[in-house]
Design a binder for this molecule. Structure first.
Ligand SMILES: [Zn+2]
Length: 657
């Protein structure tokens, strides 16, 4: 570390604020601005040699900073990738291998370390995928302000509910900085725009009419340009360290992958990385050596003279920044996203111009001769294969694969809906798929990618209300795999939404048979049976599912309802009681139980239940209506009248007391 600082001191202009001794105090440290641009392929940026686009902001940063031509993310999935940027760890080390998996407190984040170093920290995200309330728990650690999405939104539009346009994210960052102008800042800004669906606003929608993905990139670049202009206006730009990086790329049909997440080819792992140092030091340098996004955190820390945590997977890039020769870094790749579909997870290693992908059908590419990774040269006895396979095995020993390791926080149904609306697929308890004994026994995603594209098309079409388009795509999936639980479930949902309950039940039955342990599938199947009038069938499915996992609130309520429909009030009462026990504060469960008690003329028990929840603060008129009935049943007429008054005008609770 000392030597590196010495090199940095010699090489940089005298008085370089970034080259202070490690014990430098915060007053002398530069502001740090980290900008992540979602779904940004390196080869779709102008300064990376793509001449069909204008990205003046990125180009300017490259001119005034250091551009890494060969930077790679270890993960093609937003949450895992961002967590790697923030922790300097591979997904298999930090454990955030899926949406909703909390980042364990034992892994320090960049924000946390900079906050400890006296920085004012804030984060501005462009999609709910990074919301720390549900889909990215723990990623907000160390941020004084983390700009999550509102819990409840009335809008049906995706804007403001699921996504924020780049300009809105930028404006929110400006507003915060305007109200927190003092001190030294660490601000992370996330532009989500290039992520699909590709819907750039005008004029980008016109200029890039034929290439809407590029239009989104150009638009995100314009938002970045606004942010840089703001930093200049504030007088913060010159002295700041600015890092811009893509979280992953986009398939764009290469290797038959439309978007990202399933594969580990360069199309989705090669990202732009640009570092602008304070006072434009090393301006215009390009670094050709292979580096990783896990190197970003240790680089920022070492440039600031803040000690990095031990055992990081990444390493500081100081030597690269100052042009001192440095050996290319070994790039590892990991994706567990295929597990959401029941397909094998993948791992890769990119080293010395070769890439080896560990899969049920392994792959080896000679990147110098075949940068598009189109000719698989895998042979088990090949020396390169053996060497790279050994290196991957060593990594597994260092951090064992995440199979069964972490489970996501209880992900709510609305969160699952949000994921679907963003085009991510898979069932609510996708992690149960990771309990497979041997990933290589699962299908190779290469053989399944067409299905994934169709499922994604269907999900997005459903979200847009285009049912016919969704149906057609899903039928195609069933032609490829008649037992695709995901396709069957989605078809069932479409029929449910159209009111075709019997048809829905027939799809959902097949989905249930294909994945008998999926409680979400079972619940939806039972609901379709209930609505199509087959109450006994619904009862049997719910009973079996509750036997598998008794803690299913919605299933208990549904079973209670089904029993009521079958005139078995005794069994219904038991179910509603169980539901109230599971969620004591849930008024839906309370109301169901109270109604059943009243139906059974158990007035004393009903009064007991309802009095306990009929506090002055309770604004639910139904509770008071039922309480009135219960009092009346016991002949307590005055109390019945008072409760009735509150049922009619709960807002006047005080007067009627
Ligand atoms: Zn992403």
């Amino acid at each position: 570390m000392r030597i590196l600082f010495f090199l940095l001191c010699c090489h940089l202009a005298a008085g370089a604020s970034i080259a202070r001794e490690p014990e430098a105090d915060n007053a002398s440290r530069p502001g740090v601005f980290l900008i992540t641009i979602d779904t940004l392929r390196a080869d779709h940026v102008h300064c990376y040699g793509y001449d069909q686009i204008r990205t003046p902001a990125l180009d300017l940063l490259a001119e005034q900073g250091i551009r890494f031509t060969q930077a790679f993310t270890p993960s093609p999935i937003t949450n895992s990738s961002h967590t790697s940027i923030m922790t300097g760890l591979l997904p298999s080390s930090h454990g955030v291998s899926d949406f909703g998996v909390p980042l364990a407190a034992k892994y320090p984040t960049l924000a946390e370390l900079l906050a400890k170093g006296g920085y004012q920290t804030a984060a501005f995200i462009g999609a709910v995928i990074l919301d720390s309330k549900n889909l990215a728990p723990g990623l907000d650690r160390g941020f004084e302000f983390y700009d999550n999405f509102p819990e409840i939104t009335k809008t049906k539009s995706r804007w403001g509910r699921l996504e924020r346009r780049g300009m809105e994210v930028e404006q929110r960052a400006e507003s915060w900085l305007n109200t927190h102008p003092d001190g030294t800042h660490f601000v992370w800004v996330h532009f989500y725009d290039p992520h699909d669906p590709y819907e750039p606003p005008p004029p980008y929608s016109e200029i890039y009419k034929a290439r809407l993905y590029d239009g989104e990139i150009a638009y995100a670049d314009s938002a970045l340009g606004h942010f840089l202009a703001y930093l200049k206006k504030q007088g913060w730009y010159e002295g700041a360290m600015i890092v811009v990086v893509g979280d992953h790329g986009e398939g764009l049909g290469e290797h038959h992958e439309d978007t990202h997440g399933i594969f580990l080819y360069d199309s989705t792992t090669h990202v732009p990385l640009i570092v602008k140092l304070p006072n434009e030091r090393e301006a215009g340098r390009t670094v050709e050596g292979q580096v990783r996004t896990t190197d970003i955190m240790p680089t920022i820390l070492s440039l600031l003279g803040i000690a990095a945590p031990a055992n990081l997977d990444g390493d500081s890039l100081e030597q690269f920044l100052i042009g001192v020769e440095a050996a290319p870094r070994t790039v590892f790749g990991e994706t567990e996203y295929p597990l959401r579909f029941g397909w094998a997870p993948l791992r890769s290693i990119r080293k010395e111009d070769f890439k080896f992908i560990e899969a049920p059908k392994p792959e080896l590419y000679d990147l110098r001769a075949d940068p598009g990774e189109s000719h698989n040269h895998y042979e088990p006895w090949d020396g390169t294969v053996q060497k790279l396979r050994r290196a991957l095995a060593e990594l597994s020993v260092k951090s064992p694969p995440a199979v069964g390791k972490t489970s996501p926080a209880a992900v709510s149904a609305s969160t699952i809906d949000e994921l679907h609306a963003l085009g991510y697929l898979g069932s609510a308890d996708a992690r149960s798929a990771t309990d497979v004994p041997e990933p290589s026994l699962l299908p190779d995603p290469k053989d399944k990618i067409e299905q994934q594209n169709l499922l994604r098309t269907a999900t997005m079409a459903s979200e847009e209300g285009e049912r016919e388009k969704a149906r057609a795509a899903l039928e195609k999936v069933l032609q490829l795999d008649e037992n695709s639980a995901l396709a069957l479930t989605q078809l069932g949902r479409i029929e449910m939404a159209s009111g075709n309950y019997a048809k829905a039940a027939s799809y959902l039955r097949r989905a249930h048979v294909a994945s008998p342990n999926d409680t979400t599938d079972a619940f939806e199947y039972a609901r379709a049976l209930e609505l199509s009038g087959d109450l006994a069938g619904a009862r049997d499915v719910l009973l079996a599912s509750l036997k598998l996992n008794p803690d299913q609130f919605e299933a208990q309520l549904a079973l209670g309802r089904v029993y009521l429909g079958m005139n078995d009030a005794n069994a219904a009462e038991q179910q509603f009681e169980a539901a109230v026990l599971l969620q004591p504060g849930n008024s839906e469960a309370q109301i169901h139980l109270a109604k059943t008690l009243l139906h059974r003329k158990k007035f004393t028990e009903a009064v007991e239940l309802l009095e306990a929840v009929a506090e002055p603060s309770n604004r639910n008129p139904e509770i008071f209506g039922l309480l009135s009935q219960a009092y009346a049943g016991l002949g307590r007429r005055q109390e019945a009248q008072r409760a009735q008054l509150r049922a009619k005008a709960p807002q006047n609770a005080k007067q009627s007391q």
